[in-house]
Design a protein around this ligand. Structure first.
Ligand SMILES: NC(=O)c1ccc[n+]([C@@H]2O[C@H](COP(=O)([O-])OP(=O)(O)OC[C@H]3O[C@@H](n4cnc5c(N)ncnc54)[C@H](O)[C@@H]3O)[C@@H](O)[C@H]2O)c1
Length: 115
């Protein structure tokens, strides 16, 4: 069985191209594109919505997360607390998206290019 892939921030510069590339590689049905903004083919998901993101990860059997949701550059620097909550961080025990407790899921891979 192939991967089940969640992409956050899928409507951004990287996400737009990555969703297309992952769909070509694994099949469109394997990729769930999400963003806080609305667009055809993309589910609305705010990565700060803990319950929403956890149920999506469980219900869809997500095995890989490409975490692209982000506040970049000056916007992030003006809002450091919000930036941390959205962008996530690395710790000694692994990558942490604050609202996704990966230990309760089957997620094997998290890619976070902002770090
Ligand atoms: N663009 C580059 O050249 C580049 C290079 C290296 C690393 N990166 C990293 O890749 C990641 C994505 O970069 P990008 O250029 O695509 O950024 P972007 O600003 O184009 O896209 C970010 C997306 O996140 C979404 N978003 C913001 N808040 C959200 C929230 N609360 N919940 C869900 N979605 C939310 C926005 O709507 C937007 O679509 C960042 O971490 C960035 O640092 C980007």
């Amino acid at each position: 069985m192939g991967p089940r892939i969640l992409v956050t921030g899928a409507l951004g510069q990287i996400g737009t191209e990555l969703v297309e590339a992952l769909g070509e590689k694994h099949g469109q049905g394997s990729v769930i594109a999400t963003d806080v903004r609305s667009a055809p083919g993309c589910r609305i998901l705010d990565v700060m919505d803990s319950a929403g993101i956890q149920s999506l990860v469980k219900d869809e059997g997500i095995t890989e997360i490409y975490h692209l949701a982000a506040l970049l550059s000056a916007t992030g620097e003006r809002n450091p607390d919000l930036c941390w909550k959205i962008n996530g961080r690395f710790t000694v025990s692994g990558y942490v998206i604050p609202v996704i407790p990966l230990v309760i899921t089957n997620v094997l891979l998290v890619m976070a290019p902002g770090h």
